[in-house]
Design a protein around this ligand. Sequence first.
Ligand code: ACO
Length: 447
Amino acid sequence: MDPTKAATTVAAEDAAQTRRDSLTIIDNRTGKRYEIPIQHGTIRAMDLRQIKVDEADFGLMSYDPAFTNTASCKSRITYIDGEKGILRYRGYPIEELAERSTYLETAYLLIHGELPTKAQLDDWTYHITHHTFIHESIKKFLDGFHYDAHPMGMLVSTVAALSTFYEDAKDIFNPESRRKQTYRLIGKMPTLAAFSYRHSIGMPYVYPDNDLSYTGNFLNMLFKTTELKYKPNPALERALDVLFILHADHEQNCSANAMRSVGSSHVDPYSATAAATAALYGPLHGGANEAVLRMLEDIGSVNNVPAYIKRVKGGEKRLMGFGHRIYKNYDPRARIIKEIAYQVFDVMGRNPLLDIALEVERIALEDEYFVTRKLYPNVDFYTGLIYQSMGFPTTMFPVLFAIPRTSGWIAQWEEMLLDPEQKIARPRQVYLGYDQRSYIPIEHRGG
Ligand code: ACO
């Protein structure tokens, strides 16, 4: 036998024998050694607390602003591999769901963990469809908003207000109550969103039509004018349904974290959903597609693309709709959305900004600056173009994100509530302020 091979085998066996799923830490302040278990590729931050300089020491903490390397929960809902560009809900690839599922079926999957049987799906669809009406008093709040109020601001407020109508929503550890609030939230979000939109353009509210699909009814409440019965265009209805599937969940993003964190105080789910919706309102989260549209308008023509890319590379601008904190590959949702864009343009006519977007993508994907930084189109690169072509004003873009994300928020909220390891979310801080000092009377405070 080759002696080098024998040595390698022995070394591997030694390593296997000494291999333990733990981390050894030597504290160079004290010379003490600690062994900390590793489970699922993580150590528990609380295991660091035993590492102390002396008895009076509080113990070591980890410092992680923005949670960039901290898992805040164990989850079985959504899986993302950003390096490989993989997104799965409950194990099912997003590509298969986008092609074969519907939004309501996907919402059922996210919340219940399994795809429904035919009877379960019918029951689920029936209940959500029959919870789409909102209390007439909500129309009074909407009427109180200024004529140009942002629909997302109205949505945040009205979803919070729902908690005042449903006292039973406080009973969060009752599965029956949770189920009812789930029907109500998924059923009423499109109605609140559509009413907010109609208010912002000064049009009368359109009541839900229970004969239509989830997205068909949403289009009805948004766009119906004088016709007796609104007939949604099937291509647009399906395109919106697929966009809703793609936006339904994205594991521990800013708004899901808000839902879990606020929900951890055991507040009702409407108040927690209002907090999650508010998180989504921010331009760093739900508002990037609007920025993409502005950028494409700013570029103005295909001929101007190279000059714009040069400015981006010079650090003058960011290429909006490119790059992602997690995806270091093509965002799998962006690929599907690009196909939908063409389907929508077939119905509504080609969006003139599309050619500019395609040229931006073509140049960026070949350019060394973007390639080395792993900057690929994200979910927002094409959605703005689609929404604009469908007739939505830019202020509605984050609203179109909030409606489908509601099912993901509910799944995350319920998982948090039922997880025995979860408690009220309460991070620690590194205090760098003053030590104790005495109060100074105002006349002694100088200039
Ligand atoms: N255009 C040009 N350069 C970029 C871009 C971009 N869009 N994104 C990142 N870079 C560059 C940075 O300048 C940096 O370069 P450097 O190493 O030479 O300094 C490098 O790539 C790494 O960038 P970071 O900012 O560290 O990446 P981070 O993960 O923090 O940012 C983010 C991710 C915020 C999404 C960023 O890519 C970005 O601003 N993109 C544009 C906005 C956007 O499309 N947001 C939507 C995200 S999807 C969603 O939220 C639903």
